[in-house]
Design a protein around this ligand. Sequence first.
Ligand SMILES: [Fe+2]
Length: 487
Amino acid sequence: MWDLFRPLVKEITTGALEVKGYIPPCLSGTLYRIGPNALYPTPCTSHFFDGHGMIHSISFREGKPLEYRNRWVQTQAYMTERQAGRVVFSGVGQPDLLGQFIRFARYFISSDSKDIIRRWWQNHQGRISDFSPFANVANTNIEWHNNKLLALWDGGFPYGVTPELETIGKVDFGTKVPRHALGFCAHPKIDDRTGELLGIGTSLLPPYWFYYVIDPSSDVARVCPIPMEQMSFIHDFAVTKNYAIALDIPMSFSIVDIVKGVGTFRWHPERPTRIGYWSRKGYGEMSVRWIETEGFFFLHTAGAYEEADGTIVVLLCRYPRSPLGMSTCAARKFRSSGEFQERGVLVKLKIDPHRGSVIQEQLDDWSVEFPALENQSLGAKVNNIYFLATDSAFSFNAKVGIRKLDLQRGTSSFWQPEPGQIPGEPIFIPGTETKGWIVTVVADRTLQQSRVVILDPECIESGPIGEVILPVMLPVTFHGLWLPSLN
Ligand SMILES: [Fe+2]
């Protein structure tokens, strides 16, 4: 197993951490990272999407790094496997439904089944999410809403977690959520002006998509059906002042492939990508306008806003086709080579909402992913974006670093750590007296140790101004969050 996929085996809490260089004294808060961390690593959990969610936190007070902490998100799936003492569930990346059924049946027979059913009913209120058909592992993204962290996964409802990483429980967003809804994607949007959390998610049965508007303080959702012909892959969407925008990409959930055990999603090269947009304030069944374009794939948007003339602008990392190893064969290839098969480049979609047309403009020719925006207000114009980037196709052996694009000036800059050091997603921390800071966690494969690296956004090419040394090498984490000190 490639070392960056090797899970941590213990939960730890350290004391103060070693520092190199200068840590800005205005940094008071906690940096969170989340990613997969299998409890019992087996071939069933070897795809890089799979494994129970683990959150890592590094807390700072006035520039002093106080501690590192890591905890699994205690989902139903995690608790079931912990109680069983062995792997029970297969993952999205390597479906093995028959094996999962047999393992769950063995666990069910060997346990107090009445207690299991009672707990399942209490926790799920009869909903089919969490084990349908894959276990919700809450391992993909983390957001802060209604005084708790939300550990997010694409096909399930989030789990609430305290700032100290204790799991509170699943957040179901009220009784208006249909029983067959699977929850929303890993990138809901939080409007800092209204406090609303906006999400889009899927269901196994029609209408297949739902748009959610979550109240700022009550965790109760307004749920709006979006009728679709089939279930498709949604990882991210976009929101402006007046619109929500989602893309129906030609990658479908393939029950046949899942049953055969060869994959979960199927790419359809002959199908278009459809861009849908609707009023973000909508009620009831959504009136969605669709624009059809040639088929392409994306994982992440990089901001969205409206121009003065009403044009909707959405920035995203666009691939000509799916680069993901969503089949057993592709997963094996990725894990051995560490290489994506396609380049994803930054494009601007300019949507005329009245004519129902779109113009696509490529803004850069590097492979970019995991965008971090300088102005984090939802719907604000995007000027400076920071990415994990490479000038070739993505590969863990390529020249991977942090790239800044200044879209107003048309300039770029790049920082790359030493060979053998792998950076992760950049996170922008707004400053009070300065512009702010970029932080990323770099895994040093030589020392088998990770460190938090702090970059000056005005000159990222100069390299770290300071580093915090962590006691372990974090396995691959997908996303993270900076939460300023709450007191
Ligand atoms: Fe993501």
